[in-house]
Design a binder for this molecule. Structure first.
Ligand SMILES: *Cc1c(COP(=O)(O)O)cnc(C)c1O
Length: 233
């Protein structure tokens, strides 16, 4: 494995390649560098290579890093959020990718209204129907999107998913396609796309190229970029 800067260059090249193969504009795909359990130094290295968008799963860890690294970065919440942590999440993040229930939306809205802050959000969909994974069932996504319209401080921008784990990225292709088709259906129903283009956050280190071929606009890459995660950061 190379340095963080070398890895980022390689991932950017692979993103471009996958976009071109599927006749998409390479600039329509953005890289979220997943920095959970990675050090502040590693994040600084990524910043040195021009990376500005980062994804974090754990609130306390995110809070410390955001405080240490200061302004100018964009932080996506990609971990499961408990409603009682919504206040802090509303304060520190720039996008919540894991909105999957009304109660959480209400808690975010309350704090965002106090802050006078508008938050881009994605609805997390459990495409594989796995009991242990967060996310709304695909058939309930429309109702949640409709419910979110009552919250003026949430800007619904699209969908996010994490398919069942598979060694072979081709096994994820059907799930990625399912998310894209769901996005198209909700857009045609007027439930998505009210705030510009519809974002699809899908694809990780092992399968981001397949995700791009299926329409991803955000790919969340951790270990391929930073290397293995440290347990204690
Ligand atoms: C950890 C994580 C990733 C990154 O996974 P890698 O396999 O390290 O690229 C992406 N998305 C979510 C939701 C994660 O929790």
């Amino acid at each position: 494995m190379g340095t963080v800067a070398e890895n980022i260059e390689m991932i950017r090249a692979r993103i471009r390649g996958a976009a071109e193969r599927s006749h998409r504009d390479p600039d329509s795909v953005r890289l979220v560098a997943v920095s959970k359990h990675q050090s502040v130094e590693a994040i600084r290295e990524a910043m040195g290579a021009g990376q500005t968008m980062f994804g974090e799963n754990y609130l306390q860890e995110a809070e410390e890093k955001i405080a240490a690294l200061g302004q100018g970065l964009i932080w996506h919440c990609i971990g499961h959020l408990q409603s009682n942590k919504a206040r802090i999440a509303a304060e520190i993040f720039d996008c919540i990718e894991t909105l999957d229930r009304l109660k959480l939306a209400k808690a975010l809205e309350t704090r965002l209204a106090e802050l006078g802050k508008t938050m881009p959000v994605l609805v997390q969909v459990n495409v594989g129907g796995e009991a242990q994974k967060a996310g709304v069932a695909p058939k309930e996504a429309g109702q949640l999107c409709r419910d979110l319209q009552q919250f003026p401080h949430l800007r619904l921008q699209g969908l996010m998913t994490m398919p069942p784990f598979a060694e072979d990225p081709e096994e994820s292709r059907g799930y990625f396609r399912q998310l894209r088709l769901l996005g198209e259906e909700l857009t045609s129903q007027g439930l998505l796309g009210l705030h510009g283009k519809v974002e699809l956050s899908m694809g990780m280190s092992g399968d981001f190229e397949v995700a791009i071929e299926e329409g991803a606009t955000l790919v969340r890459v951790g270990t391929a970029l930073f290397g293995e995660r440290n347990q204690a950061v």
